[in-house]
Design a protein around this ligand. Sequence first.
Ligand code: NAD
Length: 428
Amino acid sequence: MTLSTPFTRFQKTLGTVVQQLKLSKAEMKMLQEPQHIHRSNISIKNDHGKKVTFPAFRVQFNNARGPYKGGIRFHPAADEEEVKALAALMAIKTAVVDIPFGGSKGGIQCDPKKFSRRELQEVSRAYARTFKEHLGADLDCPAPDVNTTPDIMAWMRDEYEKQTHTYAPAMITGKPLAYGGMLGRDLATARGGFFVLEEMILRDALDPKELRVAIQGFGNAGANMALFLHRAGYMVVAVSDSQGGIYSAEGIDPFRIQKYKQRTGSVIGEYCKGSVCDIKKMKLDHVRRVTNQELLELPCDILIPAALDNAITGKNASNVQAKYVLELANGPVSPEADKIFAKRGIQVIPDVLANAGGVVVSYFEWSQGRSGRLWTLDQSKADLKRIMLEAFTEVRREARRTNATYREAAFAVGIKRIVEAMKVRGWV
Ligand code: NAD
């Protein structure tokens, strides 16, 4: 039995779709493996003067449609297999939303929560120095991902400019507004996912006010999504972060939860310290504590995994009660879970469409950096909406035409565009 890794899971989905598309051997080969894998060990001196080293990667999957594009993740699990899978998803994603990029991803295998701010800056600068020859606005443009922030993007741009003696505002996106950032980038992933979900609900003739939502992960993507949905009248019944979650059948106010989280560091912090909970307060607010596993199986209409990959697998997919799953995280539903959902009629709006808002607004930022022309927030929101809805319409049409799941349809739309570009460039 082959070990299941994020990359083998990607290849499994790819395999199903390429069979249906009847691609040539040469076309398939180019879609199965990355074009380049750059590896290095990054060393810095920690605050105690000791040399510490971390494995680092930049995987460039495919650039048939334009420069490579993809975030950088700082995480203990960010190994080569994970970064490869994320790079492959980026290539499909940029093609699904039809922006002129390929796909790549970067990672440093480290626990950034253990770094001081100085150490974080050192590690970030070291990454830009190490991979500088492979990066650039016309070559490969990084962005934030899990545990990487606008500050980190600023340090990387600054280091890159110093090393290459250039002015390079378009070499990286997700920067702070004070240093070439884009209005609306911080909320873009959640906003893009919200536009797609709203359209789905509208076309399926459902009333948001009657829909209950559970969200796993209360970070940039998940928390902002909770706020958008709450404002639009959906009932958010559960949220969680790495320390666990809360559920209320009567609905919870994500604005309040966000304040709790800012104050206590976790969404349950207002009610529980460690395993000891203030039951009286919980009763008063009609909430109960749930684990991250339980959250996925709660009674709700829409489930939004917005934290980890492989959260829903063959083991728990049968217990999911939602009718829709919107993948704000990358790769949260395994191929086995996909099969179970398809059998049970549960619609999965896949990551390559649902969370593409971030890279779409990154495209605006890249184009702002190249042209020097500043965008307004209204322009950024309106163009994001147009692009997300066009992509949704295309994917839905393909799903209906071929009787496929949304994931298969999205992969088909993306792969056809990549193959077309490879053909016109004479690669295949
Ligand atoms: P983040 O670091 O801001 O937030 C992650 C959240 O998940 C945190 O609240 C954390 O506490 C929580 N979490 C961690 N482990 C958990 C667990 N075991 N169970 C439940 N929650 C847990 O990260 P983010 O930027 O919101 O990214 C989340 C996911 O969305 C990732 O898969 C990322 O690749 C994907 N994504 C993010 C963006 C973006 O622009 N932020 C774009 C595309 C995809």
